[in-house]
Design a protein around this ligand. Structure first.
Ligand SMILES: NC(=O)c1ccc[n+]([C@@H]2O[C@H](COP(=O)([O-])OP(=O)(O)OC[C@H]3O[C@@H](n4cnc5c(N)ncnc54)[C@H](O)[C@@H]3O)[C@@H](O)[C@H]2O)c1
Length: 254
């Protein structure tokens, strides 16, 4: 039955950046569809977030860890496997942002953003992908951005990192989909979250200009990402790989 292909009952998912925001919402989608979930986040709130989500349905575990601590990623993944038994789904969502004109952009911010948004994504995918290849099954979902397609302004490091996420998605897919490991990316459009509150305050003119350009005439919400995340995590999407899928209220088409 087609309906069964969308079901995530019995599937084991790991979601980075899952303590709050968009990734918490996408983890909730996996949970709602029946998956057992580990949330990884550097914030200690990850434990409360997991407890909150676990109130009904399959178990949800919180694991606190800094994804840029690459020497520890193997241990972090082992901890997830201890809790879940195996990993079927990896959503790479942890991300950071910093706004400044390119000529003033501080080196430590550049390095921090590339480290979290791109390098940690690669090294965690490497750890998990190895196990997925062995089990001949896996769904990796990377969180890209509109800035995977265009450069925007005042966010050179973020745009470079998210452009990299799109290319990394294709590169991993090219090697791994033959082993049953699908690698795709979701590119959220302009979403109303904590990360973008910053722009509303610091650059209200840009905020208004963006709203006007979105054909849907509204910023997206976490609810708008749940369907695509659950779909890409499910067997209904098994012939989709290497895709970077915009969820943007039509922005890119305008
Ligand atoms: N908000 C938007 O409009 C928007 C648009 C496009 C893409 N995105 C992307 O979606 C993802 C989530 O965005 P959000 O707005 O929900 O952000 P958020 O700041 O609300 O959540 C990000 C989470 O990642 C965690 N994190 C950051 N660095 C980490 C690290 N080194 N190790 C472990 N955890 C770490 C944070 O603690 C936080 O809980 C990011 O990749 C972001 O770039 C957001």
């Amino acid at each position: 039955m087609l309906r069964d292909q969308f079901d995530l009952t019995g599937k084991k998912a790991v979601v980075t950046g899952g303590a709050r925001g968009l990734c918490n919402g996408m983890a909730q989608a996996f949970h709602d569809m029946g998956a057992e979930v580990v949330l990884i986040d550097m914030s200690p709130n990850v434990h409360d977030a997991a407890a909150e989500m676990a109130k009904d349905g399959a178990p949800v575990y919180g694991v606190q860890g800094n994804l840029t601590d690459t020497a520890n990623l193997g241990k972090l993944v082992d901890e997830c496997v201890e809790k879940l038994g195996r990993i079927d789904i990896l959503l790479n969502g942890a991300g950071i942002q910093f706004r400044a004109p390119a000529v003033e952009f501080p080196e430590e911010k550049w390095r921090a953003i590339l480290d979290v948004n791109l390098s940690a994504m690669f090294f965690l995918s490497q750890e998990v992908g190895r196990r997925m290849i062995e089990q001949r099954y896996g769904k990796i979902i990377n969180i890209a951005s509109m800035c995977s397609f265009f450069g925007s302004v005042l966010i050179p490091a973020y745009s470079a990192s998210k452009g990299g996420v799109a290319q990394l998605t294709k590169a991993l897919s090219n090697e791994w989909v033959q082993y049953g490991v699908n690698v795709n990316a979701i590119a959220p459009g302009y979403m109303a979250t904590q990360l973008t509150e910053d722009m509303k305050v610091k650059n209200p003119a840009q905020y208004e200009q963006i709203t006007g350009r979105i054909p849907a005439k509204r910023w997206g919400t976490v609810e708008d990402l749940k369907g695509i995340a659950a779909f890409l995590a499910s067997d209904a999407s098994s012939y989709i790989s290497g895709a970077v899928i915009p969820v943007d209220g039509g922005y890119l088409g305008n």
